[in-house]
Design a protein around this ligand. Structure first.
Ligand SMILES: Cc1ncc(C[n+]2csc(CCOP(=O)(O)OP(=O)(O)O)c2C)c(N)n1
Ligand SMILES: [Mg+2]
Length: 257
């Protein structure tokens, strides 16, 4: 399997530009693994990303066609490419800021159209690349460069947002559990309709150090403690679920993994 993955990357593009402890590298690995396990041909695939750290996941690292587009406009480019060549597998990989702040309108309308696109959102709760500004996904009260007294606004629940807009496959996993993440990515990539996977990815550099996380490891541990699978949540009371983040497949054929 590792040999297969090695053949899918541009080795000269490594090491990645990601900071130590960034979760985006784990997501990169999970996407490649999902493709390798599905035995899909990367030559029939187009990866589209916007601007941000997460947007560097496919380009220049994958040995495939990649479009590294304008900030917030990845889904618009992906829509055009898919319309032009419906046989192409089109996967958007980008950040929470890119897809849900500046690009939020494209996200909801692509979900509404249920177009055959896979959108993978690397959610690190912040604008990582530009210095740690507050995003539409930053938790209430969190410290960022633009909210030095704590974020006064509630974040989007991205899965609920795209579900309400009409997406036909919706899931969330943290990079802390790469095996269920890869399993879900495989289903999302194979889905014939609009599929959305929110991937919780720690940003120690811009989010962690301002919010009392002592190390990248502490952020991974926190993700493990905060995330509760849909299966496990069934046995928990509302009090026990307070402050937890539900993970699993919310919409789609094989829910609740
Ligand atoms: C039109 C436009 N506005 C703003 C920017 C600056 N900008 C570049 S990336 C980014 C935010 C990226 O955040 P996110 O998508 O969450 O990616 P991350 O770096 O956190 O992985 C911003 C505001 C830009 N490049 N273009
Ligand atoms: Mg981000």
């Amino acid at each position: 399997m590792n040999e297969k993955i090695f053949q899918m990357i541009n080795a000269q593009a490594f090491p990645t530009p990601f900071c130590p402890g960034c979760g985006h590298g784990i997501l990169m690995n999970a996407v490649l693994r999902a493709f390798a396990e599905l035995e899909y041909d990367l030559k029939q695939t187009l990866f589209v990303s916007g601007i941000g750290c997460a947007a560097w996941i496919p380009s220049p690292h994958f040995k495939a066609d990649t479009l590294h587009t304008l900030h917030g406009r990845a889904i618009a480019y992906a829509t055009g490419a898919k319309l032009f060549n419906p046989k192409l597998k089109v996967i958007v990989i980008s950040g929470d800021g890119d897809l849900s702040s500046i690009g939020g309108n494209h996200l909801i309308h692509a979900a509404r159209r249920n177009m055959e696109l896979t959108v993978v959102c690397a959610n690190n709760s912040i604008y990582g690349m530009t210095g740690g500004q507050v995003a539409s996904t930053t938790p209430l009260g969190s410290l960022t460069t633009t909210t030095p007294k704590g974020n006064p606004d509630r974040p989007f629940d991205l899965c609920k947002l795209v579900e309400a807009a009409g997406a036909t496959f919706v899931a969330r996993h943290p990079v802390a559990t790469p095996i269920p993440l890869t399993r879900t990515l495989k289903k999302a990539i194979a889905h014939r309709g609009f599929s959305f996977v929110e991937v919780l990815s720690p940003c120690p550099t811009q989010f962690g150090r301002r919010n009392a996380f002592r190390s990248p490891f502490a952020m991974i541990q926190a993700l493990k403690n905060t995330c509760v699978s849909l299966e496990r949540a069934k046995g928990l009371s509302p009090e026990e679920l307070e402050g937890k983040v539900l993970v699993g497949e919310f919409v789609g054929p094989g829910k609740n993994n």
